[in-house]
Design a protein around this ligand. Sequence first.
Ligand SMILES: [Zn+2]
Length: 242
Amino acid sequence: MSLLVLMYHRAGGGRFGNAPGMLDAHFGHIAAHHVNVLPGEPLEPTALNVCLSFDDATFDFHAVVLPLLKKHGLSALLAVPPGVVHEHVTPQPSARLAIESEHAFANPDLGGFCTWPELTEIAASGRVAFAAHGFTHRRLDDPTADLDHEMKASKDQLAARLGQPIESFVFPFGRSSSRALEIANKNYRHAFRIGSASNRSWTARALYRVDADRMATPTALFAPARLAAYRVRYIWNRLRRR
Ligand SMILES: [Zn+2]
């Protein structure tokens, strides 16, 4: 049984992500050859189960990714830090797509992130499950982080605004402390980290995700040697308790 959780960020063609054409071909390959799953869904024992996860809810998810999910009949997990989500933003779509993520986080009113109405529209598509991604997107291995606010208030606000239970938590920057991991396991069914490894089921204290930004080709991540390396990394991580 193999479960590969892929981690993506931008989809607008900038430096930190994939160009729309690359994602289009990549999604086409997944739809044709693998089993697409959302957190908690039954896994196909003989297939490669692939969960798509997009971080940060930048505007390109609404503008680029959602139409591609619909085109290919796929579903994805969207990790949202609700502290950067606005009710309304004034900049034009082209300007919103062009904002670099670091700049967007520093100035959320520039419209780099989906608005609440856009997230509501994404939820209504039925193709997207939401994860809390902290409240303010700060590192949670920082001892000064307010874990209640970052990990519980974020869940409550997303559930209230989007009208669906929030059962996944994605650690910002992939970083956690043992305390943060404990809170995630107590309040969510699934927690996600980074690890360049595959998984064997949904039951793990923190599921590994593989970086899928800046793909060289639409199918590079699924090359047999790469998949074997993710499985080896899973075993290695388990052995050293990482
Ligand atoms: Zn993030």
